[in-house]
Design a binder for this molecule. Structure first.
Ligand code: HEC
Ligand code: HEC
Length: 334
């Protein structure tokens, strides 16, 4: 073997070396991606409205702070399972060109990953208030407000989406009404739901990870810490860390009769199935309480309910996973 004398040898080593390298780093991965990028069963293409919302998402620069890709890292488990190419199969607004697909992946993680925000925060009302002024619902938020997605009008039209901004952040006069761009953006956010891969449990929500990361100070304090962590990740966005809710928008759980009732079944049923249209302490609420029966286990719901019953001066009796199983079995008396 002498490269100096046999130029064919020299040439073929270089040539086939490059061909092999191209396969390994370029062509092979491309073929794998192509073969694995079919839409996942259970996923759906974006509707025209959601598609428009995706365009608003890009135009408003949400991608500067939010990712939509879950990495196979421990710290990302709260956002769901690691993303696969199939998760992005429907994000193809311009056919083959796909200019948007890489764009919404994002790389800056200033805010939470939004891969499954449609599961984590299904309430459109919450999303509208949060976009109008993040600090109205998340007191320490550093997310910028997007007031230009809303109009302030004196007399909203009959079909207008009136946003119940808490008085502390509402304009001095007039009502906040979502523009058609805000409505599209919120429809798009609601469509962001990670679907389960074959053979995996269909729970993309934060539940698994937030349980495992709950600080376990003492064995006895473990359920308590779990309840507090789950409350923070699933309930505090609306009912607030203080349990006081937001006046006129989300009811307080502090001193709430359902939370302090001896019979916990209505409390449990509310968390399982959600609620809408109740009169609580003489008030009705404009938005809905989402149900959590699909994404939280009986044990997790018991931990949250017990946490609520023993916090902020509440004095309801604690509940067990069995209580939750019983209410579930009865179809959860609404
Ligand atoms: C400058 C960075 C920044 C920009 C730009 C930004 N966000 Fe955020 N976002 C944040 C931060 C920080 C949080 C966490 C605090 C909070 O919930 O307000 C957040 C939270 C959120 C949440 C709640 C996530 C959760 O898990 O509860 C949603 C939904 C959201 N942003 C959507 C958007 C949308 C839609 C846009 C574009 C219109 C946007 N954000 C633009 C920084 C940003
Ligand atoms: C998207 C906002 C939102 C989230 C998140 C939320 N709630 Fe609610 N919750 C509400 C609203 C709104 C109501 C009032 C429902 C009605 O008008 O019937 C309510 C009502 C309740 C009630 C009934 C109070 C009563 O007196 O009838 C309980 C209990 C409750 N929520 C517990 C929880 C728990 C536990 C969680 C977390 C697992 C949670 N909520 C998450 C918005 C929310």
């Amino acid at each position: 073997m002498n490269f100096h004398k046999n130029h064919w040898l020299l040439f073929s080593v270089v040539f086939f070396g490059y061909v092999a390298l191209a396969w390994i780093v370029g062509i092979g991965p491309a073929i794998w991606t192509q073969a694995n990028s079919d839409p996942l069963p259970g996923s759906a293409p974006l509707t025209a409205l959601e598609q428009h919302g995706l365009e608003v998402y890009i135009a408003e620069g949400c991608v500067a702070c939010h990712t939509q890709q879950v990495r196979p890292l421990k710290m990302d488990e709260v956002w769901g399972r690691p993303s696969t190419p199939g998760d992005y199969a429907h994000v193809r607004p311009l056919g083959m060109l796909q200019p948007y697909a890489p764009a919404v992946l994002g790389s800056e993680r200033t805010g939470p990953d939004l891969t499954s925000i449609g599961v984590r925060q299904p309430s459109a009302t919450w999303q509208f208030i949060h976009l109008y002024q993040p600090r109205a619902v998340v007191p320490d938020s550093i997310m910028p407000a997007f007031p230009w997605l809303f109009d302030v009008v004196e007399q909203p039209a009959a079909d207008a989406v009136v946003v119940p901004v808490p008085a502390s952040h509402a304009p001095a006069s007039g009502k906040v009404v979502a523009t058609e761009r805000a409505a599209a953006l919120v429809a798009y956010l609601a469509s962001l739901k990670q679907v389960a891969l074959k053979g995996e449990q269909a729970s993309p929500a934060a539940s698994k990870a937030s349980t495992s990361t709950a600080p376990a100070s003492a064995p006895a304090g473990k359920a308590q810490a779990q309840g507090a962590a789950l409350y923070a990740s699933h309930c505090a966005s609306c009912h607030q860390a203080s349990g006081e809710g937001l006046p006129g928008v989300f009811p307080p759980l502090k001193n709430d009769p359902v939370v302090n009732a001896d019979d916990a079944s209505e409390h449990i049923a509310t968390v399982l199935n959600g609620a809408h249209g109740r009169t609580i302490d003489g008030r009705t609420y404009p938005s809905e309480m989402p149900g959590f029966g699909d994404q939280l286990s009986d044990e997790q719901i018991a931990a949250i309910v017990t946490h609520e019953r023993s916090s902020w001066g509440n004095h309801g009796r604690s509940v067990t996973a069995k209580d939750v199983t019983d209410v579930r079995a009865r179809g959860g008396r609404k």
